[in-house]
Design a protein around this ligand. Structure first.
Ligand code: DGJ
Length: 726
């Protein structure tokens, strides 16, 4: 009997699961509303008898008693909270109507289940009860990566008079009362992606950017109930905004510990005048839920970025091993010297040779040249092509650094168009790294940049662009613009930035793009939907990098995390440095003219090993087994989707402390994850001769439940382990 019930239950679950796959959005009658299901989450919305649209539930309760749940105690909460009525919520929409009324009152109009780019979406239309304002809130389901995308469109349906948007966020989510832990990234130049944890208490915690730099607060966050905040199990909600301009995220906690999370464009010192007949659409707020703890959250978010966000052209391609000559030659570049470096790079196995800053007109140092995007004839009298041809003949592609959004006052561009830089009259134009920011909201600036790079890319065989952005915004004035447009400048800037990248990618589809902003200052998924990878940090010290890279992988996939081996090594070795950088997109940044036979041999062997394990690192699932934030060791494992192989990176930060502090490192055994219990795996410890390898076949179950012995001794030592099913 038990068996029959079991089979019956399984068949119900299977059919509900299948139904969720093909039809993730269902209309419900009691309560009246919609239920959206992904593999691990459910999002439920209702419309009450007064026409209010209310979120009921978001979490992992997909198959339980959602039906009939009441919004008890949560009447104040709306799917699109607005400024209007009582001010007891964080609004996602604040407007001023032409007659200066500042209060919105929405009512339900209709809901439709529609297809947007072959994915199902729920579009709920509401309108103001009096004024010509239409609000459409979307929830789109990405079933294959278990993600929801929320955004809002606002339309002025009137015939005359602008509606001024003073604030429009991408969406809001609500979690029931609980003591919640917030985890987010924060940092500064050289120390990006540090993980910070906060217990949320009643009040509002805001993470935001106001100067186009994301160091302080990249938009990714994760929420876990305090008493079940597990690494590999337990509920976790996470989210990020698909936007590269200024952002804000508010975590608004009531006295009963109910949590409202609202995120979107930061409307600080910003407005948007919505003309009659016009629509404003927000960027997407991406959210997910897992019951596999913080690692589950990281894996789900990374898979979404890798499979749904990255530009399609190179989405499934392996990222090339690149050499970048910045740290070797800085601004002092010449054809002869770069070709010498290229020869060593090629012998080591590099696939893409990149010249960084310094190649363009007048760029003798960081005081001059930005804005003049033609090749410096003093450094390259024959132009770039003869050099590129030789590099191509060595079997490598060629790439170049640019910084489109900036201008040095000492440049032809600035001398001709000083008004193209952001400025206010009667205010100092503050320089940062001797440069100003161009006002890309201007059409003439956009057209100039498009032409400059179209010329550059069509006249030279360039296959890779590193797109840098090295200063924060100040004096964001646009005196030439009509008064009602001036505060739209930041939003228009980002619109044109996206338009510029999109048009260049469209014109030059074979070029790879890397996002950089003084290191990892612009790593958002808005950029990553246009850029193939990210320069993670200017800090290339391998010990520091273990922390930076661990934090990065909380939200983003390893095939976007560019990591160079450089000469900046303290207390460790070239081998260790390679092993750290090989856990992302490997690059080399050393002064290769200083390499002797030993370094060349190490590099050649490591790059060959990287190419062998690259599909796992770049396309496998990352399991961060040991965090350097919590231990004196660090370990990360990448597993193939079919669990047929894996690679494990093990690092010792401080060996003595690790051994004498069992409270952190625990036993000397490392339990692996993501393997198939029933498969037999062969283990190969890289760097150990075949006849000295320890016992080398184990079942997946043994490797996951018992584990392998910690494979290294000594501070600053590392080991890479290859694992393959027999
Ligand atoms: C800052 C970047 O992070 C560096 O990698 C390098 O490209 C410099 N800019 C060049 O000016």
């Amino acid at each position: 009997m038990k068996n029959i019930i079991g089979i019956f239950l399984i068949s119900i679950l299977v059919s509900v699961g299948l139904q969720a796959q093909t039809n993730p959005i269902k209309e419900t009658s009691s309560p009246k509303g919609w239920l959206i299901q992904t593999k691990s989450s459910a999002y439920q919305i209702t419309v009450d008898e007064k026409g209010n649209v209310l979120p009921l539930f978001y979490g992992g309760d997909a198959l339980s008693d959602l039906k009939g749940r009441k919004a008890s105690g949560r009447e104040r909460i709306y799917e699109v909270p607005v400024r209007g009525g009582f001010a007891n919520k964080t609004p996602a929409l604040e407007v001023v109507f032409p007659d200066l009324v500042r209060d919105i009152d929405l009512e339900f109009v209709k809901a439709e289940i529609i297809d947007i780019d072959q994915r199902k979406a729920l579009a709920i239309t509401q309108k103001d009860r009096f004024y010509p304002l239409l609000v459409i809130s979307y929830i789109r389901v990405i079933p294959e990566t278990d993600i929801l995308e929320k955004w809002i469109e606002v339309k002025n349906t009137g015939k005359k008079g602008n509606i001024r948007i003073e604030n429009l966020q991408s969406g809001s989510i609500f979690l029931p009362g609980n003591a919640y832990l917030l985890t987010h990234q924060a940092g500064q130049w050289g120390h990006e992606f540090m993980l910070k944890e906060d217990l949320l208490t009643p009040g509002i915690k805001t993470l935001q950017s106001r100067d186009f730099k994301a160091f302080d607060a990249p938009s990714w966050f994760m929420i876990q109930p305090k008493d079940r905040a597990g690494k590999f199990s337990g509920p976790a909600w996470f989210g990020a905004l698909q936007y590269s301009g200024n952002r804000r995220t508010d975590f608004d906690v009531s006295y009963m510990n109910e949590l409202q999370i609202v995120t979107g464009i930061n409307f600080w010192d910003t407005w948007w005048n919505l003309e009659p007949g016009k629509t404003f659409a927000t960027p997407k707020f991406v959210i997910g839920y897992t019951e596999n703890g913080s690692e589950g959250a990281a894996q789900q978010m990374s898979a979404y970025v890798r499979k749904n966000i990255l530009p399609e052209k190179f989405r499934d391609k392996l990222r090339p091993v690149l050499y970048n000559s910045w740290y070797a030659t800085t601004f002092y570049v010449s054809e002869e010297q770069q070709l010498k470096l290229a020869q060593v790079a090629k012998d080591a196995g590099v696939e893409m040779f990149v010249i960084d800053d310094g190649w363009f007109k007048g760029r003798v140092n960081d005081h001059a040249g930005l804005g003049d995007w033609t090749v410096d004839k003093n450094k390259f009298p024959n132009g770039l092509n003869p050099m590129i041809e030789k590099i191509n003949a060595m079997g490598m592609d060629f790439g170049l650094w640019i910084e489109p959004e900036m201008v040095n006052p000492n440049s032809d561009l600035y001398r001709a168009h000083p008004d193209w830089a952001f400025h206010f009259p009667n205010r100092t134009r503050r320089e940062w790294r001797h440069q100003l920011m161009l006002n890309l909201a201007r059409e003439d600036v956009y057209q100039y940049l498009l032409k400059s790079y179209t010329d550059l890319l069509s006249q030279n065989n360039i296959k890779f662009i590193k797109w840098d952005h090295n200063r924060a915004l100040s004096e964001p004035g646009w005196p030439d613009a009509p008064a009602d447009k001036q505060r739209e400048v930041r939003i228009r800037y980002i619109e044109n930035l996206y338009r510029l990248i999109d048009e260049l990618r469209n014109r030059f589809p074979d070029v790879w793009f890397e996002s950089c902003s003084s290191g990892g200052g612009r790593p958002d998924i808005g950029m990553l939907s246009r850029m193939d990878q990210v320069w993670t940090s200017d800090n290339t010290d391998p010990l520091d990098r273990l922390f930076i890279q661990y934090g990065y992988l909380s939200a983003l996939p390893a095939n976007t995390m560019v990591a160079w081996v450089t000469d900046h090594i303290q207390n460790t070795s070239l081998e260790f440095t390679f092993d750290v950088m090989m856990s992302g997109v490997l690059g080399i940044g050393n002064d290769l003219s200083k390499w002797g036979d030993t370094e060349k041999k190490i590099a050649k062997e490591k790059i060959a090993l990287y190419k062998e394990i690259r599909p796992l690192v770049q396309q496998g699932t990352a399991h961060r087994l040991i965090s350097p934030f919590e231990d004196y060791r660090s370990a990360i494992e990448y597993v193939a989707e079919d669990a047929s192989s894996a690679v494990v990176f093990c690092y010792n930060l401080a060996d003595f402390l690790a051994r004498s502090r069992p409270d952190t490192s625990g036993s000397n055994l490392l339990q692996l994850r993501g393997l198939d219990d029933n498969k037999e795996y062969r283990i190969e410890y890289c760097g150990i001769p075949a006849d000295q390898q320890p016992q080398n076949t184990f079942t997946g179950r043994y490797l996951q439940e018992v584990g392998i012995g910690w494979p290294i001794k000594g501070e600053g030592k590392s080991r890479i382990i290859k694992i393959k099913a027999d």
